[in-house]
Design a protein around this ligand. Structure first.
Ligand code: KG4
Ligand code: ZN
Length: 331
């Protein structure tokens, strides 16, 4: 998305936590001036998942051209940037380090402050971008390849309270593993979403685990699909693939939507929001019609959401960030 010409005072966001190399420029009031995402999905597809070392090397090749492209599309220069925001974790450590090092170098060369952004808070901050900026408090379902969280978001700064989480696989992981069992490509969520449109969601009964409290569990569902697929001959699997995708997707969406509505009721939240890669799922979007949904291009990993979160993070002044480290997980 090209900006109308960037005014001085823009924020540069950089994201390299997994297999997307991304850079974006936003204005301090949350308008997206450019949002460049270079996906490495093709590179990892033949392995059926992200290979960390391959991802790090690719980030290294792409990070500078992607930042340059983001500046170009926004019609901005590095001199216009007043704050650099970068994902410091959680994610693949080698991949994160590439973005963190690039951000440090850019900020240090221009004596700019740097904000270390938590990737999950980045996903939540995808809701704070114009033109559909959402004001807390709200209940947020964050469903991605690595996480499934129900968050009580009271304000834009600080960490939201975790009301529920997955006890095993993340929702996106369930989509990806299911897609692999069905012989679909990687990443699997979008593939299942597409194929499910041609299938009958009632064709198969897959179990939706009901965990105590507000937690999720998806590993049993994946095993149920595995056993169902194993019983089918190759030609049957071919014929029933769309029905299997639709039924499997229905079970994941039902679990997510039910728990989210339940959490909203028990926490008294008046607004519900959905973010993360799985928020792109068309059936989930239909299942929560009153929720604020991150725009499609901001659901999967991008740097506009990281720049957005940088506005509400503690910026480290020059040159205090040179010792900043990335972290793989939030312990
Ligand atoms: O947020 P994201 O880009 O990366 C992480 O932070 O993990 O989420 C990626 C996940 C993948 O598991 C992918 O299969 C899933 O989001 N995903 C979808 C759809 N598009 C992406 N899942 C279901 N339906 C979709 N349309
Ligand atoms: Zn993500």
């Amino acid at each position: 998305m090209a900006g109308p010409g960037a005014a001085p005072g823009v924020i540069l966001g950089i994201e390299t936590s997994c297999d997307e190399t991304a850079a974006a420029l936003i204005s301090t009031d949350g308008r997206i001036l450019s949002n460049v995402v270079s996906s490495q999905a093709d590179l990892h597809a033949r392995y059926g998942g992200v290979v960390p070392e391959v991802a790090s090397r690719r980030h290294l090749e792409l990070v500078t051209p992607v930042v340059r492209e983001a500046l170009g599309q926004a019609d901005a220069k590095l001199g216009d940037v007043e704050l650099v925001g970068v994902t410091a974790g959680p994610g693949l450590i080698g991949a994160l380090l590439v973005g963190v090092s690039a951000a440090k170098a850019i900020a240090w060369a221009r004596r700019l402050p740097l904000a270390a952004v938590d990737h999950l808070q980045g996903h939540v901050a995808s809701l704070y971008l114009e033109p559909a900026s959402l004001e807390p408090p709200f209940l947020c379902l964050l469903a991605s390849g690595g996480h499934t969280l129900l968050l009580d978001v009271q304000d834009r700064r600080g960490k939201p309270r975790v009301l529920g989480t997955t006890l095993d696989d993340a929702a996106g992981e369930a989509f990806d593993k299911g897609a692999r069992l069905l012989g679909l490509g990687y990443p699997g969520g979008a593939e299942i979403d597409r194929l499910a449109r041609a299938g009958d969601p009632e064709a198969y009964e897959f179990p939706v685990a009901r965990m105590p409290e507000l937690d999720f569990s998806f590993s049993g569902l994946k095993t149920a699909l595995l056993y169902t697929v194993r019983k089918l001959r190759a030609d049957e699997l071919e014929r029933r693939r769309a029905d299997l995708a639709a039924s499997y997707q229905r079970a994941i969406v039902r679990a997510l939507a039910e728990r989210t509505l339940q959490a909203a009721a028990s926490s008294g939240a008046r607004k519900i929001a959905v973010v993360g890669g799985v928020a792109a799922n068309s059936e989930l979007r239909r299942a929560l019609p009153d929720a604020a949904l991150a725009p499609l291009e901001l659901c999967t990993d991008n740097a506009a959401m990281i720049a957005s979160a940088a506005r509400f993070a503690e910026a480290i002044p020059y040159p205090g960030y040179l010792g900043l480290d990335a972290y793989a997980s939030t312990a």
